[in-house]
Design a protein. Structure first.
Length: 122
């Protein structure tokens, strides 16, 4: 089994995070399924206080934010590492609805977020 990729914790301290067990509960999945989502690039985890955690903003209700996995894939194709992806997803951008790429994804503006991610590849 391959290791779970982990990003450096570049998030502000006030960004809410969830331990993998809470992510699994929220998604109605097993912890193993959450680890697979991390390995498959559908989610990004960081280590805080020695524990693997996922930004709470990556979840809406009982699902992963629509378009997050595709955006992570586009960023990976553009050569971004997990830490750079996390930094970009939470970076302030007043030209986006929601003021950050993750908030734009959460408010159903995934097409614009992916378009910008694709543009960075060139």
């Amino acid at each position: 089994m391959s290791a779970i990729p982990v990003a450096d914790d570049v998030l502000d301290a006030d960004v809410a995070v969830l331990p993998l067990g809470e992510v699994a509960t929220a998604l109605g999945q097993s912890a193993n399924k959450v680890r697979q989502l991390l390995r498959d690039g559908q989610l990004i985890a960081v280590r805080r206080s020695g524990e693997l955690v996922v930004p709470a903003d990556f979840l809406v209700g009982n699902a992963v934010v629509k378009g997050l996995g595709g955006t992570i894939t586009v960023l990976a194709d553009a050569g971004f590492g997990r830490t750079e992806m996390l930094r970009w997803l939470f970076a302030a951008d007043e030209t986006l609805p929601g003021s950050t790429p993750i908030n734009a994804l959460r408010s159903s503006h995934g097409t614009e977020v992916k378009r910008r991610a694709q543009a960075m590849a060139f």
